[in-house]
Design a protein around this ligand. Sequence first.
Ligand SMILES: [Mn+2]
Length: 371
Amino acid sequence: MVTSLPVLAKSLLCPPGNGVFTIHTAQERKNELHQRLFKTSAPAEVEKAWLKSLTALDGKLPILLGLASDCGGGIQRGANWGPLFLRLELIEAQRTFGTQFFDAGDVRVIPHLLHDRYVSKETLSSCRKALYGSARKILPVSPLSMAEAFLDALYHRHPHAKVFGLGGDHSVSYAFTKSFFKKQKKLKRKTGILHFDAHTDLLDHRLGIDICFGSWAYHARQWCASPSALVQVGIRSSGKSQEHWERTLKVKQFWSKEVREEGAAKIAQKIITHYKKIGIEDLYLSFDIDALDSRFAGATGTPEPAGLFPHEAAVIIGEVARHFQIAGADLTEVAPFVKSSEVISLEPTTTLLYAKLIANLILEKMSASWP
Ligand SMILES: [Mn+2]
C-alpha cells in the first residue's frame, strides 16, 4: 500500500519553522510565524492546522520545504536557522509582491546526523524509537535521507511539482537534487543546474566524507543531462583554477570577476547559448547566499568579498528563466545569527533582505507556467 503524502509528512516533517528542535530558543519567532500561518501558536493547534493544510497539496504552486540542517557545513555553522527566518521574509514578500507558494513544512532534524549512510545499526534503531516511537518503523532518521524520502513520495504523486528547498548548509542540495533528478529522468527531461556560489562545491569528498557542503555539486553534476550542464556563477574562492575544474570535471564556470567585467546580461546570454547547445530543457537553480558579495550577505558560514551584486544575480536568473523552465530550486547558507567582522550591525538584516529578494524572484520564475 502506498502511504499518502499527509501520512508520510506526519512522520518525516513538522510544521513550518519547527525544523530546529528547541524548547525556548527563537520561540518568539516560531510563535510569530505560526500566528501568521495558522492564526495560533499553541503547538497542538499548529500541528493540527498544518496537517489539515497538507491535504490541499496538489503540486500546482511552488512548494516550500525547509531543511534546517547544518551538519554538512563545517566552517561556521548557523544555517540551520535559515528556514525559520526565511519563512518570515517570504510571508513579507507574499504580502508585498503577491508571490504564491504552498508551504509543506520542515523536515524533522536530528542535528547530529547528516545522512543514513553514515549511521550505525544501533543508532538507526535508537533514532527510529525517538522519531517514530518504534525501532521497527522502516523510515530514515537523518535529515538528508528524510528529505529524499519525502521528495521521492511527493514527486511520485506529483511529478510536475516544483519544490523550493530552504537550507540549511549547502549539503541539503544533495538531497533536493537527488530526488529531483530521479524524477526528471523518468519525465525524460534534459536537465541542468544553474549554481550560484562563491565556491565550486566540487570536492569528491572532504576529510573522507563524501556528502557535505563542499561536495554536493560534484555528485549532482553526474545526475545532469551531461557534466557540462552544471553551470556555476560567482565563483571566487577556490583552491584550483577555473581551467582545472572545466577541464577535469567538464563543468562550465563564470567566475565573479568575469561577471563584473563583461556585465550580467552578457553572461546570461553565454549561459543560455551554452544550455541550448547541449539541448537542456529544464533547470534546477541552487543559490548559495555567499555568491553575493559579503557586503550584501555577511550572515553566512563562509562570507567572501568581491562577489556578485544582487542585481547581477537577478539579471542572470531573470534572463535564463525566460528560456528554460526553473523546475526546482533551493536557497542555502543563510545563517541569520552569524555576524562576520565587517559591518556588524547591518549584516543579519541585510543578508535577509537580499535573501528575500532572491527567493522571491526564484519563486516568481518557478510559478511561470511552461508550455
Ligand atoms: Mn555552496
